[in-house]
Write a protein that binds this ligand. Structure first.
Ligand code: C2E
Ligand code: MG
Ligand code: MG
Length: 746
């Protein structure tokens, strides 16, 4: 059974005892007992006593008149009357306190009333035996008897009431009975003693029977009561003030504590913020470092990181030549076309795919870097021989070339790879990268995909750089000139016109053949200004030659046009300007475009070619047979002439095999309503075969070598027939020209 339950039961038992006690007391009072004196006490104890009690500061007790009234009633009217007064007074007191807001628990008021009545009842029962005690004289009228009575009443009352109160208190707060009694109830002895004293004095005064003394005593007691009450109030006020001050102090302390806590919190928050800011700073520092060493698109190492690594490797290799390395330089072919035709976003995706493939192809100890738009470099370590490095390069080449599909497009990219082995002569990263780049260019030129760097390549590269530089100034320095090779009608030997061929006489190196500088001019873009210059020269030249003799009024000139000019330049405008400035009729100008160029970018080419046709110039497909023409495209292209590549003509004399090819090309041209020119006719066998096959025109050393303008002009004035039967008559001149040409070609 728990304490609460016990307390509950104890309360009910107490209430029962109290009720019995009260009932017994009430029943044992004779009706005559309720005289004026007793009724006054009852009224006083029910109405005034509760209001007159003075709470003792810092104590659970109050000085009230209850004990005095109970003891006085005891002395005047006996025990049962005192029990009734105790019950009434306690009930009135509790009810009064409740109106003042005292929180009484359930059963508390009846329990208090019961404790009060029961303890007076107990006191009464014990007191009945007190007169028999040997230390009390049995003379009720004496002061000694009064004191003994009051003392025993006070002690008994105190014992009973404090014990019962302690029992209920200890049941309530689960504390030890004795310590509860000592702490909470012991001081109540004061009220009993004071009450007993007061009761004794009042009884004495009543027995004394002198009204004056009574009044004086009452006044004195009243003054004492009031002044006591006032001093108690002052103490209470002082207490209240002290408590208030303490409360304020505690409040201020609490406020200070809160403030300190707030500051601590703010400090913690700002520390946290600072930490976060530091973290962000550290992260951005890291990001910055990362960005400084990586390519943002592919996340590969960038040129800076590559250079750092290469610098270390070169250093290591110079210290210990067994620590070898190889540098691969890769360039994606025609990446610009992907960017231009499919957009930069698409181009970026292609680069990312290429980067991923490259990383997959190498070891973790190797490094893949992106060093330019479509340029990558790979550093291979732990490779024992050049052959193995070449194998890796070839594997990378093959892997990159695997077609893939991207946004619905089938893409196949090609790369050229240059490999540079480490060398003791390398000092800076740029040295090894330059050589790998040279090898890459060589691979591109040879269309081999992969090439290993050699010193000879560097010599050629430097020569090429030199050529490119010098070519820039060649026009201004007057080093360029035009040679004219006659184009002859194979049926009647008449002169159709000339093919204009460029010659470069370098001030230092002498004559440089076209196959050594035309491609440099094309790759550097110089071919466009050079061709503009050629168009001006040749158109002017032809316009003049046409006036030599009426038979030359339709003489035409063929000018070779580079693919670069066709695709990137403003060819139509350049041609129009040349025609306009020279006054040459458009149909007297023929543009030679190689078959491979014509096929490469068919749609754009077709556009430009159609525009050229619209202004009236003629078009010739050069080197036909080498460019894998698609017949479906060929018939759409507006060419007037097919020019059979000299390789087909060349081998005719030897085994006759190519005659069938020649036949096919000639028939094809005829079917497409084009005229045919055969170039590179060197022998009479070739000439007569071509004549027999119905080839329209011819060009070749047999007929005439390329001539200087002066020499061609001289021939024009001579007005000769260009076929060999007539040519024989002019042998001396031909030999002269051949000697000159050999000198030109170096
Ligand atoms: P191409 O346009 O096919 O020019 C014909 C080439 O064949 C010329 O070489 C010419 O000298 C050569 N040739 C003519 N008849 C014979 C022959 O009977 N036997 C042999 N073996 N060769 C013969 P060239 O002048 O060295 O030009 C080579 C190439 O350089 C040209 O081939 C052309 O592709 C390019 N080229 C020359 N001049 C120019 C130019 O002004 N502009 C452009 N874009 N390219 C040019
Ligand atoms: Mg040509
Ligand atoms: Mg040709």
């Amino acid at each position: 059974m728990d304490r609460q339950h016990t307390s509950h039961i104890a309360k009910w038992i107490m209430i029962l005892i109290g009720a019995l006690c009260f009932g017994w007391a009430l029943s044992s009072l004779a009706i005559t007992s309720f005289n004026w004196g007793y009724l006054s006490i009852l009224v006083f104890s029910a109405l005034l006593a509760p209001r007159m009690s003075v709470a003792l500061p810092r104590s659970k007790f109050a000085i009230s008149f209850s004990d005095a009234l109970v003891f006085l009633t005891f002395l005047l009217y006996g025990g049962p009357a005192a029990i009734v007064v105790a019950g009434v007074e306690t009930l009135a007191n509790c009810l009064y306190l409740r109106t003042k807001g005292f929180p009484f628990g359930r059963l508390m008021i009846p329990t208090n009333v019961a404790i009060s009545t029961a303890s007076v009842g107990f006191t009464y029962i014990v007191w009945l035996f007190v007169p028999r005690a040997s230390f009390i004289k049995a003379d009720p009228g004496t002061t000694q008897h009064l004191i003994a009575t009051l003392t025993s009443l006070a002690i008994l009352q105190f014992t009973a009431s404090s014990f019962l109160a302690a029992v209920f208190q200890s049941l309530k707060d689960k504390s030890n009975l004795f310590s509860t009694w000592r702490r909470d109830c012991f001081s109540s002895s004061m009220t009993q003693i004071v009450g007993a004293g007061l009761a004794g004095v009042v009884q004495k005064l009543i027995y004394f029977g002198d009204p004056v003394t009574m009044i004086m005593a009452t006044v004195a007691l009243g003054i004492a009561y009031l002044s006591y009450r006032q001093s108690i109030n002052e103490v209470v006020q002082a207490n209240d003030q002290a408590e208030e001050a303490e409360r304020e102090k505690a409040e201020a302390e609490r406020e200070l504590r809160h403030e300190a806590e707030r500051h601590a919190e703010q400090l913690a928050i700002s520390l946290e913020k600072e930490e976060k800011a530091n973290q962000a700073l550290r992260k951005s520092e890291k990001d910055f470092q990362y960005a400084a060493l990586h390519d943002s698109l592919t996340n590969l190492a960038n040129r800076k990181q590559l250079n750092d690594t290469l610098r270390d490797l070169i250093h290591e290799y110079r210290a210990d030549s067994s620590v070898t390395f190889y540098v691969l330089f890769l360039d994606i072919s025609r990446f610009k076309n992907i960017n231009d035709s499919l957009g930069h976003t698409f181009g970026d995706k292609v680069l990312m795919i290429a980067a991923k493939r490259l990383v997959r192809m190498v070891n973790p100890t190797d490094m893949v870097a992106r060093i330019g738009g479509d340029e990558f470099a790979i550093v291979l370590r732990n490779i024992s021989s050049e052959g193995k490095a070449q194998k890796v390069a070839r594997r990378i080449y093959d892997s990159i070339s695997q077609p893939f599909s991207l946004s619905g497009n089938n893409i196949a990219i090609k790369v050229n790879v240059g490999v540079a082995p480490c060398d003791i002569e390398y000092i800076a990263p740029e040295d090894v990268l330059r050589d790998a780049d040279i090898a890459m260019h060589h691979a591109k030129e040879r269309k081999s995909g992969v090439a290993i760097f050699t010193k000879e390549l560097r010599v050629r590269f430097l020569e090429r750089v030199r050529y490119e530089n010098d070519l820039r100034h060649a026009i201004d320095r007057g080093e360029l000139s035009m040679y004219y090779q006659p184009l002859v009608d194979l049926q009647d030997g008449n002169l159709l016109g000339f093919e204009a061929l460029l010659r470069w006489h370098h001030s230092e190196f002498g004559n440089i053949p076209p196959n050594k500088f035309i491609h440099i001019a094309e790759e550097s873009g110089l071919i466009i200004p050079i061709t503009i210059w050629i168009l001006g020269q040749t158109c002017n030249q032809l316009a003049r030659w046409q006036t030599i003799n009426p038979q030359y009024k339709d003489l035409m000139v063929s000018v070779n046009i580079s693919g670069r000019h066709l695709m990137n330049g403003d060819l139509v405008a350049d041609v129009e300007r040349a025609l306009e400035e020279s006054g040459l009729a458009p149909e007297c100008l023929k543009l030679e475009i190689t078959e491979s160029v014509a096929m490469e970018s068919a749609e754009h080419t077709l556009n430009v070619l159609n525009k050229l046709k619209q202004i009236g110039v003629k078009l010739s497909m050069d080197d036909f047979g080498t460019g894998y023409s698609s017949l479906s495209i060929l018939h759409k292209l507006p060419f007037d002439t097919l020019k059979i590549d000299r390789s087909f003509v060349y081998s005719v004399g030897e085994n006759g095999e190519n005659s069938e090819i020649l036949q096919t090309i000639i028939s094809l041209a005829k079917n497409l309503k084009m005229r045919v020119i055969a170039e590179g006719i060197e022998t009479e066998v070739q000439l007569s075969l071509l004549q027999n096959l119905g080839c329209d025109y011819g060009q070749g050393y047999l007929l005439a070598r390329p001539q200087t303008a002066e020499s061609a002009e001289k021939m024009l004035y001579e007005g000769k027939n260009w076929l060999p039967s007539h040519y024989v008559n002019d042998e001396e001149d031909a030999i002269d020209q051949t000697v000159q040409d050999v000198a030109v070609l170096g």
